[in-house]
Design a protein around this ligand. Structure first.
Ligand SMILES: Nc1ncnc2c1ncn2[C@@H]1O[C@H](COP(=O)(O)OP(=O)(O)OP(=O)(O)O)[C@@H](O)[C@H]1O
Ligand SMILES: [Mg+2]
Length: 252
């Protein structure tokens, strides 16, 4: 199974941006093939990558449950769901994208979920790296996969309040069924030199700071122009910061 890199952190701190830029780094490295996974029910990783996502894994489940017996001729449930999953997988030259979408409504979805989970596990074996974008906590991730995370990137903005929120998320992770191997903190929209008060509060969390992403006006420009962050120039401050961080943390 590919190595899993996932992001967590308070809303709006830069999780999706970071997931996109980490995917960008890996896609341009010799570490291909890469699978980006959008596990945030309010999916928008595709948008940052300039990809128009029309169908999610959640949509497949909903469609299937409307008529569980309505299988195409000669197909069983497993084949059929696998075929639908393959349709949801978006393939690009440098990376693929899978969008999980919304959680199920009421009713028993266990059988479908089991099949979809097994397929996800199988799929993840085809990639060197999986980059998983999440909602603030990581509840979906912990419910849907084997729960192994090789590198968890804990994202915070440059504020003490942000750090406290991150600490709460960090404390909560222990209660989830996740097997987290390594953790690193990333501070976004921050000056290169973090002040003492911030450093003191950050060190109390006990996760090393592995990256500082400066405020990058190009992110706003690209958003406004509906351009993919995958196409940001290497010189853009956020890309340069993520690339430098990845150079340091990637096993050779
Ligand atoms: N380093 C940065 N410089 C400037 N703007 C940034 C930076 N990082 C993120 N942003 C902007 O902040 C907003 C929120 O970023 P992003 O969507 O990545 O956060 P998020 O943590 O994924 O949010 P959510 O919790 O809603 O999913 C976006 O408009 C993004 O462009
Ligand atoms: Mg996000």
């Amino acid at each position: 199974m590919g190595r899993v890199i996932a992001v967590a952190g308070k809303g709006g701190t830069g999780k999706t941006t970071t997931a996109c830029l980490v995917t960008r780094y890996l896609a341009k490295s010799p570490h291909n093939p890469i699978l980006a996974v959008d596990a945030d029910p309010n999916s928008n990783l595709g948008e940052t990558m300039g990809i128009d996502v029309t169908k999610t894994v959640g949509d497949i489940r909903e469609d299937f449950m409307k008529d569980p017996q309505g299988l195409p001729q000669g197909m069983d449930k497993v084949n059929y769901l696998e075929m639908l999953m393959n349709q949801v997988l978006i393939e690009r030259k440098e990376f693929d994208l899978l969008v999980m979408g919304r959680q199920e409504g009421t009713g028993c979805y266990c059988m479908v979920n089991n099949i979809l989970n097994r397929f996800s596990e199988q799929l993840s074996k085809s990639y060197t790296y999986l980059v998983v974008d999440n909602e603030a906590g990581m509840e979906h991730l912990s419910r849907r996969t084997s729960g192994r995370v090789d590198m968890l990137l804990l994202i915070t903005d440059y504020s003490l309040r942000g750090l406290r929120a991150l600490k709460r998320i960090h404390d909560m992770l222990g209660g989830l069924k996740l097997d987290i191997r390594e953790k690193g903190m990333i501070v976004t929209r921050a000056p290169a030199q973090l002040n003492d008060a911030f450093m003191a509060e950050a060190s109390a969390i006990g996760v090393p700071i592995i990256g500082i992403i400066p405020d990058d006006p190009m992110l706003l420009d690209f958003d406004m122009e509906k351009k993919s962050l995958m196409d940001l120039p290497d010189e853009s401050p956020s890309v340069a910061a993520v690339n430098a961080m990845m150079d340091k943390i990637m096993p050779l």
